[in-house]
Design a protein around this ligand. Structure first.
Ligand code: ATP
Ligand code: MG
Length: 188
């Protein structure tokens, strides 16, 4: 079996191959399906990362969540401890560019959102299997966060990011559902 590192490299290449028009269409299909997803509709607060270029467009989700009267919390990573904290984002100006073009909440302008206040957490990842196991971007940030988070989780992915089985390690924690451009996979 390939190593997690090889999986990541290959999947990033595959994602980069999607043409812009195709990506816009797939993203829209995924978002439309998210908006029919019951845990999304009932969530008062959602937690999610601010998408970077090439990732599924979460900025649109944030705008829609604000319109729907939901609260939005976005993560701030601490590279030293590899822990992250979520902060309530109420306007775009509260974001700042940190490293590698990553956008994070300005801690002095945004209130802290403890894990129990998030009703639905959107967990990012590169590859997923039908057991909800995931290969993320390699920081271990979400695996650490999921240890102290006990509410609903879901991941958004292109259908081809769903595979038969991903290699897992003892600290990997699964998500409860995966929404793709073709289906909602509920992990039982
Ligand atoms: N709960 C944990 N406690 C301590 N270290 C952890 C924990 N989870 C993961 N790690 C460390 O983080 C590193 C990266 O983990 P992994 O390869 O699973 O990343 P990932 O799942 O792709 O990242 P992410 O969770 O940010 O999406 C691992 O080498 C591991 O040592
Ligand atoms: Mg992991």
């Amino acid at each position: 079996m390939q190593s997690k590192h090889e999986w990541r490299t290959n999947m990033k290449l595959k994602i980069n191959e999607i043409r812009a028009e195709e990506k816009a269409l797939l993203d829209q299909q995924i978002l439309n399906r998210l908006y029919t997803y019951e845990p999304y509709n009932t969530a008062e607060t959602i937690g999610l990362t601010v998408a970077m270029k090439g990732e599924i467009n979460t900025k649109e989700i944030i705008e829609k969540a604000w319109e729907d009267g939901k609260r939005v919390a976005v993560p701030k990573c601490d590279p030293k401890t590899k822990q992250m904290t979520f902060h309530y984002l109420t306007e775009w100006d509260q974001l700042e560019s940190v490293y590698f073009g990553l956008e994070e909440p300005r801690p002095d302008q945004t209130a802290l959102c403890p894990p129990e206040e998030i009703n639905l957490l959107l967990v990012p990842g590169l590859i997923f299997d039908r057991h909800g196991f995931r290969i993320g971007f390699g920081g271990g940030y979400y695996d650490r966060y999921l240890k102290k988070y006990s509410n609903a989780t879901v991941s958004l992915a292109y259908e081809f990011q769903l595979v038969e089985k991903v290699p897992t390690e003892s600290f990997d924690l699964p998500v409860q559902a995966i929404i793709t451009n073709e289906q909602i996979v509920n992990i039982i």
